[in-house]
Design a protein around this ligand. Structure first.
Ligand code: SF4
Ligand code: SF4
Length: 160
């Protein structure tokens, strides 16, 4: 007898129809969306810095005020399935983007692996390079611009 193979929910349930707990579990906890961004006035291009929101617990890559984040931090956003088409400002490795674009999660995702082991091994969360935004003067934020290559940070030299 051949055992029936069950597909995981993220392959069978459209994002807009996921239960809230399923939707939340798609977040891989990388913390990249909690890094401060700078926008070029002329091109509107978004540049990420390695400066994290002051409410991010950098070691754990967890928001310290998750349930009240929208009231506590101006500019913090709630990601909703209906906004998925506008997710292009998120990093390429964001699992919401990956799932939207490919129909599957990356092979290092905690739901696939069963833990965050692969994310830690591959350095895919920000804990090893993020710096609390409150420790750097805003005039010097430009020096903290980064770009990611295969999910890893590299110093970036802006030409604008
Ligand atoms: S970038 Fe995407 S996957 Fe990473 S913490 Fe933010 S929402 Fe979650
Ligand atoms: S308030 Fe929390 S979720 Fe929002 S940007 Fe800051 S650390 Fe991230």
């Amino acid at each position: 007898m051949i055992a029936k193979r069950y597909e995981p929910f993220w392959k069978t349930t459209p994002m807009a129809q996921m239960a809230p707990s399923e939707w939340e579990s798609i977040c891989d906890g990388c913390g990249k969306c909690c890094l401060q961004k700078m926008v070029d006035d002329e091109t509107e291009e978004v540049y990420y810095t390695n400066l994290s929101c002051h409410q991010l617990d950098i070691n754990a890559c967890r928001c310290k005020v998750y349930d009240q984040r929208l009231e506590k931090v101006e500019g913090c956003l709630s990601l909703r399935p209906e906004d998925v088409a506008a997710f292009d400002w998120l990093p390429d490795t964001c699992s919401y983007r990956v799932l939207h674009q490919t129909g599957d999660l990356p092979n290092w995702h905690p739901l696939v692996v069963g833990s965050d082991r692969e994310m830690k091994t591959q350095g895919l969360n920000v804990s090893h390079y993020a710096v609390n935004e409150n420790t750097v003067d805003e005039e010097r934020w430009e020096e903290h611009i980064i770009k990611w290559v295969h999910g890893m940070p590299e110093p970036y030299d802006p030409t604008y």
